[in-house]
Design a protein around this ligand. Structure first.
Ligand code: NAI
Length: 326
């Protein structure tokens, strides 16, 4: 297998250098400069020594178990299963994990967007596979987990993100059992099936699971019964799994609020947001895919080692606003 530790490995450090500039860190080493060092034949060890002082930056962002050696060989990097990773939040999670040094197996129902995701993430191609999989079907889930094991040899985390993201199922008197089962089958049963088949591989690696629920697990608009029930179920499944699977495996849940996924569609779309969309949030803006991806990375990292069974709302404070009509 080709050793790409020097290229992708360094991107772990460099990307963090870039993202922590906001804290007043003025040092910036561009990809171009780093590539030049390698292309000029500078021995990897020299470059590693050069970058070593900035190792603490990678620690701040929670690089998985790589505290003392950020430049990990490809085959030693942790492996994440990301469902629904072909677009939207799942694609953002996959991209972020690849950027900080994980290998990722994306599963998605939609083969065309799966391949589009592979193209978007082409620079990580050695660390990425896509498997077409309907998470509501047990045989397909088993095949996906098997494919990831065959490709990578181990699994360290599962991110249950796949979902029917449309919350509106219509008036309850008109909601067919088939449609109810569709929402529940993907959003809730899919999380159960993925856990069932991933857990045997997560135990030996002492891995972690992150389930993606929604603030709609706790709050509703009219005509969202199937979605709300499915996402409430994910919260319950999370704490049940955490108690059953500890101490080997930690299980947590994120409940996103309004996340703008337009940049993570194929092709990327323009955001269509009004000032009021942003201003109504206590933080002053609608959520970004990156907001969820950062939280996932934290919950997977050893820094979250004392956290399990919890659900974290990431909604810019929106669900803390008290709203009564005048
Ligand atoms: P999206 O529709 O852009 O992406 C969902 C992905 O899941 C798609 O690629 C789709 O093909 C895949 N998928 C759907 N059914 C599947 C199945 N049976 N098997 C495998 N893959 C399947 O949605 P988005 O917005 O990225 O949402 C991702 C997750 O986050 C969902 O679980 C959604 O409920 C949740 N969420 C999203 C929020 C938002 O504002 N975007 C807010 C709260 C929660």
């Amino acid at each position: 297998m080709r050793d790409i530790s020097s290229t992708i490995g360094n991107s772990v450090v460099l990307s963090n250098v870039t993202s922590w500039r906001g804290l007043g860190i003025n040092f910036y080493l561009s990809w171009y400069q780093a590539q030049k060092l390698f292309l000029s034949g500078t021995p990897t060890s020299t470059v590693q020594t050069f970058l070593q002082p900035f190792d603490w930056l990678s620690k701040l962002s929670g690089v998985y178990r790589s505290e003392n050696k950020p430049m990990v060989q490809l085959e030693q990097r942790p492996v994440a299963l990301v469902t629904g990773g072909a677009q939207g939040i799942g694609l953002g999670i996959a991209e972020h994990l690849l950027t900080i040094g994980w290998r990722v197996a994306i599963a998605d129902l939609n083969e065309a967007t799966g391949h589009a995701a592979q193209e978007k993430l082409a620079k990580f191609q050695d660390a990425l596979i896509f498997v077409r999989c309907d998470v509501s079907q047990e045989s397909e889930v088993a095949h996906y987990v098997q494919a990831a094991m065959e490709q990578f040899g181990q699994v360290h985390s599962l991110i249950n993100n796949a979902g029917i993201a449309n919350p509106y199922s219509g008036p309850v008197e008109e909601l067919s059992l088939a449609d109810w089962n569709r929402w529940i089958g993907t959003n809730l049963t899919g999380c159960f099936l993925m856990a069932k088949h991933a857990v045997p591989h997560l135990r030996p690696t002492r891995g972690a699971i992150v389930n993606i629920s929604s603030v709609r697990a706790f709050q509703s608009e009219p005509h969202s019964e199937a979605y709300g029930a499915s996402k409430g179920g994910v919260v319950g499944l999370t704490h049940a799994l955490a108690v059953s699977l500890g101490p080997a495996i930690r299980v947590n849940c994120i409940s996103p609020g309004w996340i703008d996924t337009s940049a993570y569609k194929h092709p990327p779309q323009q955001t269509n947001l009004n000032p009021i969309d942003h201003e109504q949030h206590p933080v002053g803006r609608v959520g970004k895919v990156q907001d969820i991806a950062e939280m996932v990375a934290f919950l997977l990292s050893d820094r979250a080692g004392f956290i399990t069974g919890q659900t974290f709302t990431v909604d810019g404070g929106m669900s803390r606003r008290m709203i009564y009509e005048e």
